[in-house]
Design a protein around this ligand. Structure first.
Ligand code: PAF
Length: 291
């Protein structure tokens, strides 16, 4: 497995893949890798002779007062995990490579990011779509792999890929969970034991919402109240950022819930913000953004 730290070497590497007729799969990350990333890397490695993992803590997707400075940086362990799951190259750019001095060009996807994480974290999705667009242009993958845990991000990026004709396929892989159901996340490592015990409340609340939808309940407000109560049963200290139901394609909130939809939530436990979701109805998320 190669480690490349600058754009010149990346271009040479990419050119040699082209010369050898090798397709490239791509897993963009901010590092602090866990088995959820491992599953994406393994899937790419099964699909392509070359798999690139990028590790870049993207400053433009963090708002003022968010956790950019303390975001975990664990490069050695990340290289080990990437290698063991079949990555052939890890790209570790610096901020100046991705945002050359004076750069002021942005990619903004309208609509999908209006609510939920987009509302709680102004500018977040503009930072995500901009960095992912830049990385796609540099790495030129045939397929890019993302996790369903960040469902709003995945749908927004799928729209970007379609709208801008990136000519690649995005594969969205199922959320990987701890044995109690907590979605794996780089931010879980911020949780102390007491917070970790409560963190499962988010998934339990979402399961409750999914259960009610399956029973035929449609009133989003009523279900949100039940979900809050379930969350606080497990996590009395959790602060709700949002709990609700969104259209699967537009991510607009549903007032009268109808499938396909996504039950989604974000909470804060101490200083840690956690998100999760459950997809309801067909089609499953699988592949979005066919270029
Ligand atoms: O999901 C993430 O880790 C990040 O938002 C991404 C897609 C790597 C962009 O920085």
């Amino acid at each position: 497995m190669e480690v490349i730290r600058n754009i010149g070497d990346l271009k040479k590497w990419r050119q040699s893949c082209r010369a050898n007729g090798q397709t490239v799969g791509f897993v963009p990350t901010m590092g602090a890798l866990h088995e959820g990333h491992g599953a994406l890397i393994a899937r790419s490695a099964a699909d392509h002779p070359q798999t690139v993992v990028s590790i870049f803590v993207n400053p433009t997707q963090f708002g003022p007062g968010e956790d950019l400075a303390r975001y975990p940086r664990t490069l050695e362990a990340d290289l080990g995990l990437s290698n063991s799951h079949g990555a052939t190259m890890v790209f570790v750019p610096e901020v100046k490579d991705i945002y050359p001095p004076g750069s002021d060009s942005w990619v903004e996807v309208l609509g999908v990011g209006d609510h939920w994480c987009g509302a709680s974290r102004p500018g977040h999705f503009r930072g995500v779509s901009t960095v992912v667009a830049k990385l796609f242009l540099l790495v030129e993958p045939v397929t890019a792999y993302f996790g369903q845990k960040d469902a709003q991000q995945a749908v927004l990026l799928g729209k970007m890929v379609n709208d801008l004709r990136f000519g690649l396929t995005m594969v969205i892989c199922p959320t990987v969970r701890e044995s109690d159901g907590l979605a794996m996340s780089s931010r879980n490592r911020y949780l102390n034991d007491w917070e970790r015990g409560q963190a499962i409340g988010l998934f339990r609340a979402l399961e409750e919402g999914a259960l009610l939808v399956n029973r035929g309940e449609t009133d989003a407000k009523k279900m949100e109240r039940v979900m809050r109560a379930k969350l606080h049963e497990f996590a009395p200290q959790a602060e709700v950022d949002y709990l609700g139901f969104a259209d699967r394609v537009t991510f607009q909130p549903q007032v009268l819930v109808a499938t396909p939809c996504v039950v989604l939530g974000a909470i804060r436990l101490g200083k840690t913000r956690l998100i999760d979701n459950i997809l309801m109805g067909e089609p499953r998320m699988g592949i979005v953004g066919l270029g």
